[in-house]
Design a protein around this ligand. Structure first.
Ligand code: AMP
Length: 130
């Protein structure tokens, strides 16, 4: 069965989309650690990031770089933190997290909640900066 992220890419499950190209896709994390927390994924479903082909791994990072620059412009912060866990969803994803301080990156922090309108506004702010 397709992963939940493949179903998002296919448009079967809604998301707050930030960007896509032919190989990669970016959307807001639904349980954000901070405002603007975004996931970037390869459209091709591969569980473990280090099982990606070299070219795909490199491309994913270049795509993440584009998104991170837009996030930083949309939500001024010290830097964009990057993390890969994959403990929950078996489809490679990079977390891109606007950081004001080191502890913003602690995955044990309580997650924020936003209304659908707020999520859409956050995604739109990032898209405007692409
Ligand atoms: P992990 O696999 O440990 O990196 O965690 C999976 C991440 O995906 C978590 O931060 C979840 O909040 C996020 N997530 C799970 N389902 C969705 C979804 N349908 N839309 C957006 N983010 C999701």
């Amino acid at each position: 069965m397709a992963s939940i992220f493949s179903r998002i890419v296919a448009g079967e499950i809604p998301c707050y989309k930030v960007a896509e190209d032919d190989r990669f896709f970016a959307f807001l994390d639904i349980n954000p650690m901070v405002k603007g927390h975004t996931l970037v994924i390869p459209k091709r479903e591969v569980d473990y990031i280090f099982d990606l082909e070299d070219d795909e791994l490199a491309g994913l990072h270049l795509f993440a770089k584009r998104i991170a620059k837009a996030q930083k412009a949309a939500f001024p912060c010290q830097r964009i933190g990057m993390a890969v866990l994959g403990m929950e969803v078996p489809h490679t994803h990079i977390h891109l997290i606007p950081l004001q301080k080191e502890s913003d990156m602690l995955f044990s922090n309580p997650k924020l909640s936003f209304t659908p309108e707020e999520f859409e506004e956050i995604a739109a702010k990032i898209r405007e900066q692409l």
